[in-house]
Design a protein around this ligand. Structure first.
Ligand SMILES: [Zn+2]
Length: 295
């Protein structure tokens, strides 16, 4: 990425260090590349062809002011989408397991025919459609607590009633979508947050969203886990603490236990302050793995 870009390799290095320290006993796997068929579950053929044709042999190619291709970007992005599908495979085939994917670039801004906001493949939407396609899952829900609205996931689900999307996000903020009246086929639930809100406000905003999802009864829960609503994040102005992510994750797991047989797949989206990212993720993973917060 260009110098000073917030979506930088050091994010994964910070996460890897935390995982080695605090989650050394969990099973880890290398991400496989998504197949063309998996990418085509949500992306248009023409978009995929143009994107792969644009991949530079050297240097950086700017798709827009935020989103850059290096020679390796698409291979890495394919591994993100492939890992999201592999994580679905794991939780579908192993009862009682949950999975987290530490990926970059993120995915929730990528629309069926458009790369934007650091994102190329709509990983959460691909994972949801993979679960339906491969395992005959009827309803899947993507829960997105990244501070930005997941316009890409929403666009992938806009015409579907069997793919649910719920999001809290600061507004006004990039990308500008996510008003409460954006509902698609009635399976999209948006709750904007205002600058300066804290963790209690975010958790209160999730309660009605979770109630709506519980009524709909998703059989698999996918989390778009962005940690840029943290108070130390440089890209937004919501004031969550690392500990708030434990409570929020526990609420999501409670929904998964009720409707989805406990099946949860969590995918990394944003989070741009390295200390806040690794500490928030630690709390998220403690809740996801059923451990007490004060370990
Ligand atoms: Zn974000």
């Amino acid at each position: 990425m260009p110098t000073g870009h917030p979506e930088r390799p050091e994010r994964i290095a910070a996460i890897t260090q935390m995982l080695a320290q605090d989650f050394a006993h969990e099973t880890t796997k290398i991400a496989p590349e998504a197949t063309d068929n998996q990418l085509a579950l949500v992306h248009d053929d023409e978009y995929l062809q143009k994107l792969f044709a644009a991949s530079p042999r050297e240097g950086l190619l700017g798709i827009d002011g935020d989103t850059y291709l290096s020679p390796k970007t698409l291979e890495i992005a394919k591994r993100g989408a492939g890992a999201a599908c592999a994580a679905v495979d794991d939780v579908m085939m192993n009862a009682g397991e949950s999975a987290f994917v530490a990926m970059r670039p993120p995915g929730h801004h990528a629309e069926p025919d458009k790369a934007m906001g650091f994102c190329f493949f709509s990983n959460a939407a691909i994972a949801a459609r993979h679960a339906q396609h491969q395992y005959g899952i009827d309803k899947v829900a993507v829960l997105d607590f990244d501070v930005h609205h997941g316009n890409g996931t929403q666009a992938c689900f806009w015409h579907r009633s069997d793919c649910l999307y719920a999001s809290t996000h600061e507004m006004p903020l990039f990308p500008g979508s996510g008003h409460t009246d954006e509902v698609g086929k009635g399976s999209i639930f948006n709750q904007p947050l205002h600058s300066g809100m804290d963790g209690d406000d975010v958790i209160a905003a999730w309660k009605p969203l979770l109630a709506s999802l519980e009524k709909a009864g998703p059989e698999l829960i996918i989390i778009s886990a962005g940690f840029d609503a943290h108070q130390d994040d440089p890209l937004a102005s919501i004031n969550m603490t690392s500990s708030d992510y434990y409570e929020l994750t526990a609420m999501i797991i409670s929904l998964a236990d009720k409707t989805a047989n406990g099946r949860v797949v969590s995918l990394l989206e944003g989070g741009y302050d390295l200390d806040a990212l690794s500490s928030s993720l630690k709390h998220h993973l403690l809740a996801l793995s059923g451990k007490p917060e004060d370990v």
